[in-house]
Design a protein around this ligand. Structure first.
Ligand code: DI6
Ligand code: FE
Length: 396
């Protein structure tokens, strides 16, 4: 049992703020938090635990990146150049670049290569206090490569002190060798079934977009997920309004992600079904989008908002959850408290996790300790890493 003293604790137990406790103390026992509160209120039974003096530092829940694509081969710096020379993301994709160029590189890469590179990316996130990371497949688009990616996702959690949620994103793009409907029915769904059988899938995602799949195609994948009892989520309304958000709400999805083109009607649907809006400012920034997600509508409707990196080689080569928080504030108008809620409690909700994202009794002892005096500094600073240390599952 450990007793952390002399800290400023952002418990996140406050619907609109940080749930701050000044002169805070936290007791952890083995893997879990057993008590949090003001030092003067500490129960006698805990007062004699081994003490760790945090010297006034800020403590938050370990951060959660609930949307990433960190397993991939190659890189797309050339497309970055092409976009700056005037081409756009969709045109590059239609010409066979974009996601498909990463598919080619990922098919060619060995499992060891993919793992080694994914670990470098995971380490960058861990270094910023991340304790839970979602990772998607979707750069294979054939059974072997999708399974290879999902195997790598499991291996990350074995090799690092990190909780990894693996999401099957077979419906990410249409591979060159076939058409969208044939791909969904003959490759994507059977691959999902095989990956589930192998115990490699925690959730199912899709890309509902003109350059990817329409609602009917995504619905077939979601039906297959339902049969397997797997939760779903969706890349929805990123580049255009395709109706993906409503489809996601219809299937009781955990989250709808991106949402730049979501309407007030979509927001109402989200509010009534309780799914999380995951905002991905790294993609908005990289693609120099101008249409912003409907943040004030989401806020007014009390839709929980999460923030994630969307780390991927094309639309969001963003390897920093702190920078994603900064961008969510500066580009989308979130408050720093909303940004932190978006990388803690609401990111946990977006992953269907009930034991992380808060500092509260019964929650996993996943903590981030920061050389900061004010939690707003997490979002305010740009390109600095104030992490002092991270505790994962009670281990320092
Ligand atoms: N939306 C995204 O932001 C990423 N995937 C998706 O469906 C982009 C992936 C890429 O460009 O490689
Ligand atoms: Fe994405």
């Amino acid at each position: 049992m450990y007793l952390f003293i002399n800290s400023l604790v952002a418990t996140m137990q406050d619907p609109t703020g940080y749930g701050l406790v000044h002169d805070g103390a936290i007791v952890i026992d083995d893997k879990n938090i057993v008590w949090v509160g003001h030092i003067d209120d500490i129960p006698q039974t805990y007062a004699k635990s081994e003490q760790i003096n945090l010297e006034g530092r800020l403590v938050t829940p370990a951060l959660i990146d609930c949307h990433s694509h960190i397993i991939f081969g190659g890189n797309r710096a050339h497309e970055f150049e092409m976009r700056l020379e005037g081409q756009n993301y969709e045109a590059i994709a239609k010409a066979g670049g974009g996601i498909i160029s990463t598919v080619t590189a990922t098919r060619e890469a060995t499992e060891d290569f993919l793992l080694a590179n994914a670990l470098i990316r995971a380490d960058a996130l861990i270094a910023e206090g991340v304790g839970t990371l979602e990772v998607k497949s979707g750069y294979g688009l054939d059974q072997n490569t999708e399974l290879k990616m999902l195997t790598v996702a499991r291996a990350i959690a074995q090799q690092r002190p990190l909780r990894v949620k693996a999401t099957f994103l077979g419906a990410h793009a249409v591979p060159k060798e076939t058409d969208a409907d044939t791909y969904i029915d003959e490759v994507c769904i059977p691959t999902l079934q095989a990956a589930h059988e192998a115990g490699l899938v925690d959730a199912v995602d899709g890309f509902c977009e003109t350059i990817a799949f329409d609602k009917a195609q995504i619905a077939r994948v979601f039906d297959a997920a339902r049969v397997l009892n797997l939760p779903v989520k969706l890349h929805a309304e990123q580049l255009s309004h395709m109706g993906g958000t409503k489809l996601a709400t219809h299937y009781g999805a955990l989250s709808a992600d991106h949402l730049e083109f979501a309407t007030q009607e979509d927001v109402v649907a989200m509010a009534s079904t309780g799914l999380v809006a995951v905002l991905l400012p790294g993609a908005f920034y990289t693609l120099q989008e101008t249409q912003k997600p409907p943040v004030s509508e989401l806020r007014a409707a009390r839709v929980p908002i999460a923030i994630a990196t969307d780390w991927n080689p094309g639309s969001s080569p963003l390897g920093s959850i702190l920078l994603a928080m900064n961008m969510a504030c500066t580009l989308f108008g979130l408050t720093p408290a909303e940004a932190l809620a978006g990388t803690t409690k609401y990111a946990a909700q977006a992953l269907g996790l009930k034991d992380c994202g808060y500092i509260a009794p019964g929650f996993s002892a996943d903590l981030a300790i920061w050389d900061l005096e004010n939690p707003a500094e997490l979002s305010y600073r740009i390109g600095q890493n104030p992490l002092h240390s991270r505790i994962y599952g009670g281990v320092m």
